[in-house]
Design a protein around this ligand. Structure first.
Ligand SMILES: [Zn+2]
Length: 75
């Protein structure tokens, strides 16, 4: 089960399509407003929360699996 709060707090990397600058953004904010303003060139662009959600879900799952494996090792 995916923790909704963990998802909303997760940081994602947004990349500016104009200059390529990467900056982190909080997913919960992007869901409300997918528009990000590039800190490097000042351009505004839209992120894709649906795609980002899949990336985060995957990252959270693999982090959970790593944790489970470590827990087993210490038993
Ligand atoms: Zn930019």
């Amino acid at each position: 089960m995916l923790d909704k709060k963990a998802l909303d707090r997760a940081e994602v990397a947004a990349q500016c399509p104009h200059c390529g600058h990467q900056q982190s953004a909080v997913f919960g904010q992007l869901k409300r407003d997918p528009r990000v303003t590039c800190l490097a060139c000042g351009d505004a662009y839209d992120t894709e929360p649906d795609k980002l959600e899949q990336q985060i879900a995957q990252a959270l799952r693999s982090a959970q699996q790593r944790l489970n494996r470590q827990m087993k090792r210490f038993k």
